[in-house]
Write a protein that binds this ligand. Sequence first.
Ligand code: NAD
Length: 443
Amino acid sequence: MQTERKKITIAQPTGKLGILIPGMGAVTTTFLAGLESLRRGLYPPYGSLAQMGHIRLGRRDLGRQPRIKDVVPLARLEDIECAGWDVFPDNCYQAAQKAGVLTPEQIETVKDYLCAIQPMPAVFDRRFVKKLDGPNVKRGKTLWDKHLMLEEDIAEFRARTKAQRLVMIWCGSTEAYQTLSSVHETLEAFEHGLKNNDPAISPSMVYAYTALKNRIPYINGAPHFTTDIPALLELAHLNGVPIAGKDFKTGQTLMKTIIAPGLKARLLGIDGWFSTNILGNRDGEVLEDPESFKSKEVSKLSVLDTILQPELYPELYRNINHIVRINYYPPRGDNKEGWDNIDIFGWMGRRMQIKINFLCRDSILAAPLVLDLILFTDLAQRANMPGIQEWLSFYFKSPMTAPSVYPEHDLFIQLTKLKNTLRYIIGEEMITHLGIEYYHYFE
Ligand SMILES: NC(=O)c1ccc[n+]([C@@H]2O[C@H](COP(=O)([O-])OP(=O)(O)OC[C@H]3O[C@@H](n4cnc5c(N)ncnc54)[C@H](O)[C@@H]3O)[C@@H](O)[C@H]2O)c1
């Protein structure tokens, strides 16, 4: 059955696309160095579906497999301008050196570009990120004043770059875990809270409020709540702005959402899944704080349940011991090492084990996601798709969804969803993989 189709009008991506980034640490500087290197033709866009990926259009025997970027009207890399905020005043060249993700040669090659990006003073509150303290912060009496300062920053950036469209993407530290409170419930309460410094409003919420108020799409790369609160959802709908999140799906959780669907597909049972990591970057240091780790843990733990559906398969998945640990271990820097031990069982209950040792570079995995997310979210804005962008679940550990549905965590379902959404937007047929049209079964 084909979904009922509407003709979708997509505004063309003319002019500059401005990217605003709260948090200019490892992920951001790796993204920026990579973006500029791509523009200079130094590397293929490894890891970017928007740039490298192909999409099948129509029947399989037609052989139509164009690149996504050749059939979907995405912004051109040459048209992207970037700016951001950070608690530390280092320019992006210095921050990239400190992050230690790229080789010195890779950083030197784009030194001029990185040096020119100087973080603007941040909206920051140590209560939400206990492990950090830096001097490059906005001073203002109320959160409302700080919101107005962010608006000034954005207006200045817009005027300087002549950006016609903007997207904001949070690549800042993980904020402390929090639950919903009354100030988050309505836009009115939230705005009142900004003016009265309500302690339940986090800095990321001030950035997001400023973005949505100015009709700028907002993407959350970290696991904490930001646009998940009713007040900001309300604002996104009121102003017709896309939002997407949360927590970039890289490293161990990426592996988990690749392996778990396979085990489930073969109906292999799981007794336990023990995941542990060592990492030594600033993200690891921030996550040493139990409250920041709690945000991460909630995000990391949620994936297995929705993939494995223990309510449908109690014999296989009812009693999984799922444990996630992150250990801050400075010698390792950004080169995280993750171990997974999976205890599984099969035919006649015989037990087996799987061990995964992933020596990954987190920011190398995250940078292409930043690129894809800004390009696709800008597309969503131009295609008039306000609110939650569930079709971008592919990129997140804790995908935002409509309240009536559970999130899809299976990477392959997420990829199908993303590609079908692109087909839908550009007016192509959905692909169901049924495939009986190539045979003669029911004639
Ligand atoms: N690297 C990955 O693969 C990955 C995966 C999933 C999620 N994330 C999340 O992405 C975020 C960035 O990761 P990273 O490795 O670049 O971390 P990082 O520590 O290198 O960079 C974060 C930067 O944010 C800044 N910051 C903190 N609070 C801020 C605020 N209120 N305003 C502006 N700047 C602020 C910090 O000073 C720091 O420079 C983290 O929340 C992390 O959990 C990263």
